[in-house]
Design a protein around this ligand. Structure first.
Ligand SMILES: [Zn+2]
Length: 338
């Protein structure tokens, strides 16, 4: 009975999202995934090989403030140290190592990226295989995910809300959009959010059921992303979700290239017709988290005509906080939605 009930619930939620369309493409569906843990990584500034210019500036500003305070407190102190130790910065993200052996993270708050594209890994004889990871299950965590960006308006609106609330989210970006809004992509990255690969074209007819096409689009998109922010994402979201889209060939292909796909288990339905409002979106979250699921992966959109999503976001965050959720970013160890 329990199994039947669970199945029935699953089907109901699936049904809720079947009509979702990311960015105006018709038809949508659902899901699947993997997970893990790890150690924090600090990077000596002079050794960082990726483009972290803005991150450097941010940390430098913070350090400057700290130094100012320190100097005020130490005005009477005897002498300043003669040998200043090298500045060690904690970047707002982690880099996966060459063997892909540090993906089991210690918290759910830090994005992880790769300084190599899959093509570069293969050319250099480096591991590309995504290891099996333990799903991260430490308390109630909500993962706010925003698909179909970047754009020049609503993605910025979402970023403003997240900054104001002091939380991080995850943005699954579409390859063809990135060259049009590189500054938006950089801002997502520099503000410590996670970026995921959402294909290049977002065209179901090209992506399904041709696994080679799907993988080529991931490759094309990660090169575009790396050209802008200096790293590639390890996380992927299939446009429309995997349910009814993926064949059994997709999962091994993703794993072999070091990717993890995540669908969602909370869907605000902001890509359906009928002009739903911010209040509708909040209600969807209220209903779909009522059971107290421990990992709530919330699907939202941040592209064209998603003003109501931006408007709903503060209330959605408050609702989730009231229900005891903290907020995390998607990583390869994020539990699968189902
Ligand atoms: Zn989409």
């Amino acid at each position: 009975m329990v199994g039947l009930k669970k199945t029935a619930t699953l089907i109901t939620v699936l049904g809720l999202c079947l009509s979702v369309s990311c960015v105006g493409f018709a038809g949508h569906r659902k899901h699947k995934e993997k997970t893990s843990k790890q150690t924090e990584v600090t990077v000596v500034k002079t050794e960082a090989k990726v483009d972290v210019t803005q991150a450097d500036k941010n940390v430098a500003e913070q350090n400057k403030d700290k130094e100012l305070v320190a100097s005020q407190h130490q005005e009477d102190a005897a002498q300043a140290p003669i040998n200043t130790p090298p500045v060690v910065e904690k970047l707002p993200y982690i880099l996966v190592d060459e063997n892909m052996s540090n993906l089991q993270l210690s918290d759910a708050n830090t994005p992880i990226y790769d300084k190599f594209t899959v093509t570069e890994r293969r050319a250099n004889g480096l591991n590309t295989y995504m290891p099996d990871l333990l799903p991260y299950r430490n308390g109630k965590i909500a993962y706010l995910t925003f698909d179909d960006g970047p754009d020049g308006k609503n993605t910025l609106g979402v970023l403003d809300v997240l900054k104001n609330e002091g939380i991080k989210g995850t943005f699954y970006v579409v390859g063809y959009q990135c060259p049009n809004y590189p500054e938006t992509l950089k801002r997502i990255f520099n503000e410590g959010h996670a970026i995921g690969n959402h294909s290049y074209s977002h065209n179901y007819n090209l992506l399904y059921p041709y696994v080679d096409n799907f993988m080529e689009e991931l490759s094309k998109t990660e090169k575009i992303i790396k050209d802008i922010i200096g790293v590639r994402p390890l996380i992927v979201r299939a446009p429309g979700g995997t349910y009814g889209m993926f064949t059994s060939a997709y999962y091994p292909a993703l794993k072999a290239a070091g990717y993890v796909e995540h669908d969602w288990n909370v869907c605000i339905d902001d890509a359906v017709g009928g002009h739903p409002t911010a209040a509708d979106f909040v209600q969807k979250v209220r209903e779909q988290t009522a059971s107290g699921i421990s990992s709530a992966i919330v699907l939202m959109h941040c592209g064209y005509a998603k003003e109501e999503t931006v408007k709903a976001l503060p209330e959605i965050i408050q609702l989730l906080r009231d229900r005891g959720y903290s907020f995390g970013v998607m990583t390869p160890m994020t539990p699968q939605a189902w």
